[in-house]
Design a protein around this ligand. Structure first.
Ligand SMILES: *Cc1c(COP(=O)(O)O)cnc(C)c1O
Length: 388
């Protein structure tokens, strides 16, 4: 254990909190019933557990329990939201607006809809990663059926002005979807105050299990129609068929409950750790902070370094820290991060970048070790470069 690198990749995933695991365990063996079984206690206790998570999630975002649709994660929730709206509203219009820095689980469904004849506007971002609200206003048309803008970015942690976007959409009767996979449990979210109609959630970025998420679907003012993308037994009010995965749902509820209870203290602690890391790293010449300096997730720091090779940087950091870098292959191909290039970074800066995702189990001692090693790595790479 002690020789494993320090985990600082909390935007990719997080460990399951022991308290979450403890809550889940009885639902694998003892309370294993199908929540859809209505004629015996096995079904009832599973259904009661599912109901409790539905209530926890609804309370977390100021929704009602009937507005929560369980999915396998945020990827599925995004697909259900975007394709489900396109299919239900195509007679009203076929124009969708999204943003260049969205997760692929938003951009790819939009790209797919384009092949079916929908028109997609992809808004650029400013240098700090935020969208320009006047550009959004200009992009809205009578035939616009959906605006999809994420709450918190998974690479640069930038928080979009969700309440302002919600207001713009509501004033024009356009449905507003937000991918809140990185935001839930970390920043306050309120579907009423922010005029959000659809919201994608996932458990594994907040110390819950992988393979469980949810889509919030507004039922009133207005009632949002959604065409199901998976048909079967009619679970989740017909919007997403398939036997509910009770242990994961229990873990999801516990994870959100803990995150909300600890949100204020954790925000303060993580912000301090992030600022300490940046204070140390910013001593180096030619180091840049990617994304807005304060309007970002408390645990996110994303930097680019001038004049060094991204792959060499990534290799140099690896023994000490588990971070994500701009030169990491996102699939099979090595390409610079499209999020960082959307901010106006050169290819070199996009490659020579590091995303630090600080989380619940990181300590200030770890941050100091990481800062020292990162500085030493960058200095040594620069020295090597001047020698050749
Ligand atoms: C992780 C992530 C997703 C994908 O979520 P899964 O639950 O892993 O499918 C989608 N959007 C954002 C912003 C994410 O960070």
């Amino acid at each position: 254990m002690s020789h494993r690198p320090i985990y600082l990749d909390c935007h990719a995933t997080t460990p399951v909190d022991e308290r979450v695991l403890a809550a889940m365990l009885p639902y694998f063996t003892e309370k294993f019933g199908n929540p859809a079984s209505i004629s015996h206690v096995y079904g009832w206790e599973a259904e009661a557990a599912v109901k409790q998570t539905r209530e926890t999630l609804a309370a977390a975002i100021n929704a009602t329990p009937e507005e929560i649709v369980f999915t396998s994660g945020a990827t599925e929730a995004n697909n259900l939201a975007i394709k489900g709206i396109a299919e239900a509203y195509f007679q009203k219009g076929q124009h969708i607006i999204t943003v260049a820095t969205e997760h692929k689980a938003v951009l790819d469904p939009c790209q797919y809809l384009k092949t079916l004849g929908f028109e997609i506007t992809i808004l650029p971002v400013q240098q700090d990663g935020l969208i320009d609200l006047s550009q959004l206003e200009k992009a809205c048309r009578p035939e616009t059926i959906l605006v999809s803008v994420m709450a918190a970015n998974n690479e640069i942690g930038v928080l979009q002005p969700i309440a302002d976007i919600g207001k713009i959409c509501r004033d024009r009767n356009i449905i507003f979807h937000t991918d809140a996979a990185q935001a839930i449990g970390k920043i306050p979210l309120d579907v009423q105050a922010m005029n959000i109609d659809l919201m994608s959630l996932t458990a594994h970025k907040v110390y819950g299990p992988k393979g469980i998420g949810a889509l919030y679907v507004r039922r009133r003012n207005p009632r949002v129609q959604l065409a199901p993308q998976q048909h079967g037994g009619g679970h989740e009010r017909g919007m997403r068929s398939g036997t509910l995965y009770t242990p994961q749902i229990v873990g999801f509820g516990k994870a959100i409950e803990l995150a909300l209870a600890e949100q204020a203290t954790e925000t303060a602690r993580l912000t301090q750790l992030r600022e300490s890391l940046w204070k140390q790293l910013s001593q180096i010449a030619g180091i840049h902070l990617n994304g807005h300096p304060t309007q970002r997730l408390p645990g996110n720091l994303n930097i680019s370094v001038e004049g060094i090779d991204g792959a060499a940087l990534s290799l140099g950091l690896q023994p000490v820290m588990a971070v994500s870098s701009g030169s990491a292959c996102s699939s099979a191909v090595t390409a610079p991060s499209y999020v960082l290039t959307a901010l106006g970074n050169s290819e070199q800066l996009a490659y020579a970048s590091v995303r630090f995702g600080i989380g619940r189990f990181n300590t200030s001692e770890e941050i100091d070790i990481v800062a020292k090693h990162a500085i030493a790595t960058i200095q040594s790479l620069r020295k090597q470069k001047t020698l050749v």
